[in-house]
Design a binder for this molecule. Structure first.
Ligand code: 13P
Length: 341
């Protein structure tokens, strides 16, 4: 809860600008049901954060699963995990505030050791990243000699350090298909591994890890989410195989964004992924009708405006992504390979 004495100080001469900020926020957020007074309550934060990031030379990168006040209020670059990793490497800024989960910010640090990478509120509780360690990967390699290791981006740096190539949902299929080996170790998302086996025909050795947000979508829940036959369904590859078999399309949030951008006025679409992404689509493409998925990733939602303001104003050790240099160097190869696809 935000207490009043913790609200950013706005000088009297800035109040006119604050009104402009309320209008800017309202013009974006009203389509999600935000009232003008709700925008008034966050305007001091977005205004101050935008001021601070410029003063201190930060770029704010946000994953599409972040809430709309972050995506439309303060982010400079919004995207899927692959796009954000690429952008973080391309931009000249040496300071990045990353609104997303730890392992995504770690990937940025692995690729850019000389950049300062901050995360407003660390959510060290991704069920996928938590399911496997670097030691587990070493054992898998011993048990399956010759099989390359493809690790999903939802892993900690020690796991990436033991892998040959990292991937996201955007390039996983391309990467698996490009490997000459028929047997591939894919960690740690079992659903995605099984989905990739179906899509590519390769023999995929999986690991029993799941994204709790996408795995919670059962066939029964799906039935309740599809309003009619005209609604096109598009599921994230982290969903269960029976969901992927049922829907019209499957892929990552980058693929979904491209689909939404091409949709026609009045089209009905159900994206089976985190609700934050659907909120982003509703604002960006108001002529398309997007059904709610009601799927929430609590690790992503830990970042909020208050934590972001505090992290920019005075970062604590907990905000700063630091990696063991040996592990970072070893992990670099897998993450850098990912950028080529
Ligand atoms: P994207 O790679 O589509 O951004 O997916 C992120 C995700 O679902 C993390 O669990």
């Amino acid at each position: 809860m935000v207490v009043i004495e913790d609200t950013p100080e706005i000088r009297k001469e800035e109040f006119g600008l604050l009104e402009e900020e309320v209008e800017r926020l309202f013009s974006k957020l009203h389509s999600l049901g935000w009232s003008r007074s709700a925008c008034e309550s966050i305007a001091p934060f977005t205004y101050k954060i935008n001021q601070l990031k410029k003063e201190k030379g930060f770029k704010i990168l946000a994953h599409s699963y972040q809430t709309a006040d972050i995506v439309f209020g303060i982010a400079d670059i919004v995207g899927d995990s692959l796009a954000l990793a690429k952008k973080a490497t391309e931009i000249p800024e040496k300071r990045i505030l990353f609104c997303g989960v730890d392992f995504m910010a770690e990937s940025v640090k692995i690729l850019n050791p000389d950049k300062l990478v901050l995360v407003p509120a660390r959510g060290r509780d991704c069920t996928l990243a938590d399911s496997i360690t670097g030691e587990d990967v070493k054992k898998l390699k011993e048990e399956n000699p010759g099989a390359p290791v493809v690790c999903y981006v939802n892993t900690n740096a020690d796991v990436k350090a033991e892998s040959d190539i990292c991937c996201t949902s955007a390039n996983a299929r391309r990467i698996i298909e490009s490997l000459e080996e028929d047997t591939i170790i894919f960690i740690p998302d079992e659903n995605m591994g099984n989905n990739l086996a179906d899509l590519t025909g390769k023999n995929i050795i999986t690991w029993p890890g799941f994204c709790r947000t996408h795995h919670a979508l059962t066939m029964k829940r799906l039935e309740g989410l599809i309003p009619d036959q005209e609604t096109k369904t598009f599921a994230h590859l982290e969903c269960r195989p029976e969901i992927i078999e049922t829907v019209d399309f499957a892929g990552g949030t980058g693929d979904m964004h491209r689909y939404a951008a091409k949709a026609s006025k009045g089209d009905k679409v159900l994206f089976l992924t985190e609700q934050g992404f659907i909120d982003r689509m509703k604002i960006e493409f108001p002529d398309v009708h997007f059904e709610d998925s009601k799927m929430i990733c609590i690790s992503m939602k830990r970042n909020d405006l208050f934590a972001t303001w505090k992290a920019l104003e005075k970062p604590t050790d907990d905000n700063i992504i630091e990696l063991d240099e040996e592990v970072r160097k070893k992990a670099f190869r897998a993450v850098n390979n990912m950028l080529k696809y």
